[in-house]
Design a protein around this ligand. Structure first.
Ligand code: CAA
Length: 373
């Protein structure tokens, strides 16, 4: 029985900062960010949004025909807004799903969405009449004037998992786990504690331990920053051509790190920009979560996948965004990082536009109220 991704949804915030503006403000050569790190833009959350609104936006269109058979939501994030309540409860309500749904928030750095996808595949294997909604929603925030600042981003991915998937059959992976201190965010800290160089070595070393050495038409990578694809590709036993690697990172370079969703953003890039016929082709997928787990799995793109992948709409999502100034970036991220916002908050309508379908209405003693527009 085939199991895998029936449909995939994606959300990126409307605002972004051009890396040239960040480089000028930080006194860094633009080429370091655009060529060395490979980032051209970084997506920025507006005050009306959070991981919940992004997850709702990513999932909304793909679940409309399947509301009755979705009985599980697995929400992967490392940007949790609550230590206890799952962000999935808010998402579930705003998506208008029934009370028969089981919800879990899952955490394993940037790997959690892959782990959730594999568990969801096993779940529908034994309950083929059910579908599972796997969500990833994250804000990568390292703090002002830190080395990680050039590798930030925000966005969400939704994967509807079922038997006889229309988009991609998911195959079981090979994974490796170890206790590493490359990147972690203790509960006292708003930003992660990162040893950047160590994290790159851990990412690559785990890739080498799980790489099956198969000549896939493409291999997609977890992309903490776009040029990580080049480093990862060099570490493969059978590397891709430069032209193909560039295709795997096209969305990532315009959005930045979206943590759990980054690997799937890389897959979307391939679905949108690949020059080859992808039907019945198998694509390698390398997932890495600091702390750490690495998993290599593969997906086989299904015949007729074009019926569930709207290439034009995906490109428009990236192209129709709006650049903001460096001072607006400072304003937006200062607000994002303020602890007060987690307790009581009514967002300014200054950033309201017809781009958002769901926004935060208010936060009241930590409880979040959302509004469909
Ligand atoms: N023109 C072209 N290239 C230039 C340049 C210029 N003028 N100036 C510098 N460069 C190059 C450097 O040579 C370097 O290239 P290589 O990596 O190929 O050597 C690249 O630009 C970056 O320069 P630095 O290494 O000096 O950059 P940095 O020390 O300031 O920080 C970073 C880079 C470590 C990625 C940092 O941004 C960081 O810590 N980011 C967060 C952690 C991270 O993303 N880790 C990745 C693996 S962990 C993971 O995957 C989980 C996750 O999601 C976080």
């Amino acid at each position: 029985m085939k199991v895998g991704i029936d449909k995939m949804g994606f959300y990126v915030p409307k605002f972004y900062l051009d890396m040239e503006d960040l480089a000028h403000a930080r006194g860094v050569e633009v080429d370091k960010y655009k060529i060395g790190i490979g980032q051209h833009q970084t997506a920025l959350l507006s005050p009306l949004e959070d991981i919940v609104t992004m997850a709702i936006e990513a999932a909304y269109d793909i679940i409309q025909d399947d509301k009755d058979c979705i009985d599980t939501i697995l929400l992967a994030t490392e940007s949790a807004v609550d230590f206890s309540k799952s962000a999935g409860n808010y998402v579930h309500k705003m998506l208008g799903l029934g009370t028969h749904v089981r919800i879990l928030e899952v955490k394993q750095a940037c790997y959690a969405a892959t782990g959730a996808l594999q568990l969801a595949c096993d779940y529908v294997r034994i309950q083929p009449d059910k579908k599972v909604l796997v969500l990833s929603s994250d804000v990568a925030w390292y703090g002002f004037d830190t080395p990680g600042e050039a590798t930030q981003g925000a966005g969400a991915i939704a994967l509807l998992v079922s038997v006889n998937p229309r988009l991609a059959e998911v195959h079981k992976g090979t994974f490796v786990t170890e206790d590493l201190a490359d990147f972690y965010r203790p509960t006292y800290s708003e930003i992660p504690i990162v040893d950047g160089k160590l994290s790159i070595r851990c990412y690559t070393s785990m890739l080498q331990q799980v790489d099956p050495g198969i000549d896939y038409v493409y291999t997609c990578f977890h992309l903490p920053f776009a040029s990580m694809a080049d480093k990862a590709n060099k570490a493969l036993q059978i590397p891709l051509s430069k032209e193909k690697v560039d295709i795997t990172k096209r969305f990532g370079m315009m959005i930045g790190n979206i943590y759990n969703g980054s690997l799937f953003l890389s897959l979307l890039s391939v679905l949108v920009y690949a020059k080859e016929e992808l039907s019945n082709q198998t694509i390698g997928m390398y997932s890495y979560g600091s702390g750490a787990i690495g998993e290599f799995f593969s997906v086989t793109i299904q015949d007729g996948f074009e019926s569930v992948v709207n290439r034009r709409q995906l490109i428009e999502k990236i192209e129709h965004r709006q650049a903001v100034s460096f001072s607006s970036y400072e304003e937006l991220m200062t607000l994002f990082a303020s602890k007060e916002r987690l307790e009581n908050f009514v967002p300014t309508m200054k950033y309201l536009s017809d781009y958002n379908r769901f926004v935060i209405a208010k936060i009241d003693r930590g409880n979040r109220i959302y509004q469909a527009l």
